[in-house]
Design a protein around this ligand. Structure first.
Ligand code: SF4
Ligand code: SF3
Length: 535
């Protein structure tokens, strides 16, 4: 194969090694991959230029860094023009920070952009640790961005982006120097997720348990997908009293639980299953689809004229909604397409026609006494956190089977888009609580952490001693920063699937196994036997 590109940042990377041909498995072309590398190298140059110039760093500099990192996440931005524009903005910002470097006759190279080839061809352990840092901060940048659009910032989080980028570009750093930075990604991401949780709950209220229909009513409608609640809010406002209904898709589903969003009567339900089914599910949709973040797959010609992007999401030829958030083109498209002539009854992956969401930390902890009593009485024997991303690999059926096979005296906490494999199952109740509770988007891993910490406190033990097991699925880079946060918190015995990241070298894996007992998933039967026999 012609090595035109190198990218191994997501779970579906070619041959579990790396996408190296003329396009990646996700559809990212080699020239786009090269531009994304150039953008990352420019961001490292910018981070270098902030050294000693901290007082010149503006909120707009921080925002640019977040956007630049966010734009390189899997399934976000496939548009060369848009990425070139980011590169130019980063170069201009660098020029503002270190103007003299651009006219220096004998450049010292200290503020140069970084050549990412050096990273991809580095010693495998160094490449592995730097990948954990880089992919982790890409995921974290998305969370910081969602908080920032709601007016929430954390200077520690913002500063860390520069520090981490600087480390990625440090060619003389060894494992001893890089390992602490890897763990720091997890630590700072905890702060970042706390910030986003604060931003979301202070702006839209604490989520409440909510039943969401999968039926799409007749008449014009818009499907909105991705993670950005601010975009949903603007869309709900702009479609008020226009006879247009709004349906969530993918990671937007948990929006139904937020009081300030669910109050809109035209926020009707959820359309579709997990992101990897979009090319099939959008094919005949008589409605526009608005992408606010990942996961965007290259749209098929049959429906591309109905797909709109906003924020840092971009795809050549698609209409992009800019910062003014004027959704008129989306609204006009919805009215023109007209929706279904009659109500359409869709079902989830297992035939269910509704799903539940809204079990954030506030809702779960308000039932803390009930939970503790049920555990003490032996009514609840075990908690499983089955969370993370979805993807195309057939092996991901593991998660459906795992959930189906969990015993009736256990509780399933879930989050992120992997839950579409089982969230329409009716698992009944235990100890007066629903057996399955959807805590929200991937960033709501923060809720799971809060609940686990509260249970540990109530039982006077560590999280590792709770009857709680984490069975995680990963796909893109947000999963990387969440995993690092769990490791930072000292959480052990995590089961990770459907396969381990290609960027984890054997030595780094050994470190993770020895210190955290992290293990790949095997079969639901074996893993359940191991877990329930273990505690
Ligand atoms: Fe391949 Fe994933 Fe990179 Fe896309 S994001 S090119 S699928 S490794
Ligand atoms: Fe899903 Fe793409 Fe990761 Fe936010 S939306 S979890 S895969």
């Amino acid at each position: 194969m012609d090595n035109k590109m190198f990218c191994f940042q997501c779970e579906q990377t070619a041959g579990c090694k790396g996408c190296m041909g003329s396009a990646g498995v996700c559809g990212k072309k080699a020239d786009t991959a090269a531009l994304q590398d150039q953008l990352t190298g420019a961001l490292i140059g910018l981070a270098r230029a902030t050294e000693g110039n901290e007082r010149l760093v503006l909120p707009s500099t921080d925002k640019l860094v977040m956007e630049g990192l966010f734009a390189t996440i899997t399934n976000v931005n496939f548009d060369n023009d848009s990425i070139s524009d980011f590169i130019q903005r980063v170069e201009e910002e660098k020029k503002r920070l270190v103007p003299n470097c651009f006219f220096c006759a004998s450049s010292c190279g200290r503020n140069n952009d970084y050549d990412m080839q050096k990273l991809w061809t580095a010693d495998e352990d160094i490449r592995s640790l730097k990948s954990l840092i880089l992919f982790g901060i890409r995921g974290m940048a998305a969370y910081a961005y969602h908080a920032a659009v709601l007016g929430y910032f954390d200077s520690d989080v913002n500063h860390f982006f520069y520090k981490a980028l600087y480390c990625v570009g440090a060619d003389d750093w060894g494992m001893e120097e890089l390992l602490p930075i890897v763990m720091e990604v997890g630590e700072v991401n905890l702060k970042c997720m706390a910030l986003l949780d604060k931003a979301n709950t202070e702006t839209y209220g604490n989520p409440v348990p909510t039943k969401v229909t999968l039926t799409v009513e007749k008449g014009p409608f818009i499907v909105i997908t991705g993670h950005d609640l601010y975009d949903l809010k603007q869309l709900l406002e702009q479609t008020k009293d226009k006879g247009i209904n709004i349906y969530t898709h993918g990671e937007m589903l948990p929006a139904h639980g937020y009081p300030e969003l669910k109050k809109y009567p035209h926020l009707k339900g959820n359309f579709g299953t997990a992101w990897q089914n979009q090319q099939k599910e959008f094919a005949d949709l008589p409605a526009p689809i608005l992408f606010t973040t990942n996961c965007l797959m290259p749209p098929k010609a049959g429906y591309a004229d109905r797909v709109f992007t906003t924020e840092v999401v971009s795809y050549p030829e698609l209409v992009h909604i800019g910062e003014d958030k004027d959704f008129t083109p989306v609204i006009e498209k919805a009215l023109k397409l007209g929706g279904y002539p009659e109500d359409m009854h869709f079902t989830g992956s297992n035939g269910g026609d509704t799903v539940m969401t809204g079990f954030g930390h506030s809702a779960v902890l308000s039932a803390a006494d009930q939970v503790i009593d049920a555990v003490k009485a032996g009514t609840i024997r075990h908690f499983f956190l089955v969370g993370g991303c979805d993807g195309t690999k057939p092996g991901r059926n593991y998660y459906t089977e795992f959930v189906k096979q969990t015993p009736a005296d256990s509780v399933i906490l879930t989050l992120a888009c992997g839950k579409y494999r089982f969230n329409d199952l009716d698992l009944g109740t235990v100890g007066g609580l629903p057996r399955m509770m959807d805590m929200g988007q991937c960033n709501d891993a923060y809720s799971a952490i809060k609940v686990a910490a509260a249970l540990a406190e109530a039982f006077g033990c560590s999280v590792n001693d709770l009857p709680l097991s984490m069975v995680l699925s990963w796909y893109e880079q947000k999963a990387v920063c969440i995993l690092l946060t769990l490791l930072h918190l000292g959480i052990q015995n995590i089961l990770l699937g459907p396969s381990l990241p290609a960027f984890i070298s054997p030595n780094v894996l050994n470190f993770l196994v020895e210190n955290y007992n992290i293990a790949p998933v095997t079969t639901p039967e074996e893993d359940l036997k191991k877990i329930l026999g273990m505690k």
